[in-house]
Design a protein. Structure first.
Length: 199
């Protein structure tokens, strides 16, 4: 079983004005594809061949940096594309909204923490909403790292590698993150993952 590049779950021009078609073509068709190709070459003939992304991420972390970085980046990007949608933002499904308010005090505070995690992630990396020990947390990770290697289950992610936003936002990472939480985030997908992570 080799890794494949999944199609985007929406049209390349459907996230306008927050993302351009050009951004998605570069990010998905070039950057994401490169991780898929690299990972397939790196796992071929190793103990990781034929294993799921999650299993390889956990087994290679701290031991096989090349394998880990590329396989984790496939997983992270797969989750990122599903974490956004056309006409995103808006109302959060009930159970997830209740859990967010319980964990952070308010939806606005949770969004603020997610934006802050993304803004303060030095260099390349990711900001996450995840479930750890049954509770929602906001966390950030460098490079290809993700919450799976820290005993948490991701339910939402935002990519803060520069190639994600530079075409449309240049160096304005905070503006990109604000657009993400207000207009792009797919709360329904996060709610599905939250339900699965807490049952």
């Amino acid at each position: 079983m080799s890794y494949t590049l999944p199609d985007l779950p929406y049209a390349y021009d459907s996230l306008s004005p927050y993302f351009s078609k050009e951004t998605l073509e570069f990010h998905h068709d070039k950057h994401h594809l490169a991780y898929v190709n690299n990972a397939n070459n790196l796992v071929k003939g190793t103990e990781f061949e034929g294993k799921s992304l999650e299993d390889v991420i956990r087994a290679s972390f701290g031991k096989h940096p090349g394998v880990f970085n590329n396989v984790a980046q496939i997983y992270n990007h797969n989750e990122y594309w599903k974490s956004i949608k056309p006409h995103g933002g808006g109302k959060i499904p009930g159970e997830l909204e209740k859990a967010i308010v319980d964990a952070f005090g308010s939806v606005d505070k949770a969004k603020e923490e997610l934006v802050q995690a993304g803004v303060t992630q030095f260099g390349s990396g990711w900001a996450w909403l995840a479930v750890k020990d049954g509770k929602l947390i906001v966390t950030k990770t460098p490079n290809g790292e993700n919450p799976l290697v820290h005993g948490a289950k991701p339910i939402l992610t935002v990519d803060v590698w520069e190639h994600t936003y530079y075409i449309d936002y240049r160096n304005r990472r905070p503006d990109y993150l604000k657009a993400f939480v207000d207009h792009l985030v797919n709360w329904e997908y996060a709610a599905e993952l939250y339900a699965a992570a807490t049952k």
